[in-house]
Design a protein around this ligand. Structure first.
Ligand SMILES: Nc1nc2c(ncn2[C@@H]2O[C@H](COP(=O)(O)OP(=O)(O)O)[C@@H](O)[C@H]2O)c(=O)[nH]1
Ligand SMILES: [Mg+2]
Length: 254
């Protein structure tokens, strides 16, 4: 089984991408299991085969402990950890080739507490896995937005310890020229440097330059594959990239 964890900030498009990837896999005769790991989601845009909501009741956690949305998510994830092996058993029982895991909305609560990375490693076991990190076009369309989202992606990949691909989500909201430019920033880091130089000054420009210096040595972490979950475009290219990672190329952590 190949595990694909879909991560990104709240609203970056994880759930819709999960749904579109599932459709694409099925349409390509590839067997796939869809896992919802977001305890707080009401109605995701897909039918999950395995669902964390079968094990924890977010609404009940909220009311019985008197917690707000974030506290309830943290408590729900902590509680769900004791069911991680049940979730994995359910996934294995589906006997499919690929597993798409839609991760919780509030990335910072999932990635930067112990329960998130623990859940990821328990679910995947010894199977091959990668994460898809969503760079939201709304943010990535400016040079500083692109830079800071890319940094967050690196930070998240360090937390989960998985090989990671950057997906530029919602590229359909960009003009063709904007899209070309953003793809270029990912492929040739000096173009991002030029854009930052042109748009920033003073301390912000200095920060950006130092960060770029670091990113130059990590060029696989800065690229991006545009995928519109809405228009179902770019998934074939993304699939090719995932195959490359699964076949052993490009794994920073092994
Ligand atoms: N235009 C456009 N909107 C998208 C795309 N993917 C997601 N969205 C919208 O972005 C919002 C958040 O998407 P969702 O999948 O719920 O994000 P999540 O919080 O990361 O799971 C929704 O209104 C989606 O319809 C896309 O490819 N193109
Ligand atoms: Mg979601």
């Amino acid at each position: 089984m190949f595990f694909i964890f879909i991560v990104g900030t709240a609203g970056s498009g994880k759930s819709l991408l999960t749904s579109s990837l599932e459709k694409w896999f099925v349409g390509s005769d590839l067997s796939v299991t869809v896992v919802n790991l977001d305890p707080g989601v009401d109605s995701p845009p897909y039918t999950s085969d395995v669902d964390i909501r079968e094990y924890v009741n977010y609404g009940e956690v909220m009311s019985s402990f008197g917690l707000g949305p974030n506290g309830a998510l943290v408590a729900s994830l902590d509680m769900a950890i004791s069911h991680a092996s049940d979730l994995r058993d359910e996934i294995i029982d589906t006997e499919r080739d690929y597993v798409l895991v839609d991760c919780p909305g509030q990335m910072e609560l999932f990635a930067y507490r112990n329960s998130g990375p623990l859940m990821v490693s328990s679910l995947k076991g010894d199977d091959p896995a990668l994460s898809l990190y969503l760079l939201d076009s709304n943010i990535a369309r400016t040079p500083t937005g692109y830079l800071s989202s890319t940094l967050l992606g690196i930070s998240i990949s360090i937390r989960f310890g998985l090989p990671q691909l950057n997906v530029l989500s919602k590229p359909d909201i960009l003009t063709e020229i904007e899209l070309e430019e953003i793809v270029e920033w990912g492929a040739e880091i000096y173009t991002l440097e030029e854009a930052l130089d042109a748009s920033e000054e003073g301390l912000r420009r200095e920060y950006a330059r130092s960060i770029l210096e670091m990113l130059r040595t990590l060029d696989t972490a800065t690229g991006n594959v545009p995928v519109s979950a809405k228009e179902m475009t770019g998934i074939d290219v993304l699939y090719g990239e995932m195959q490359r990672v699964f076949s052993g190329g490009d794994n920073l952590y092994e």
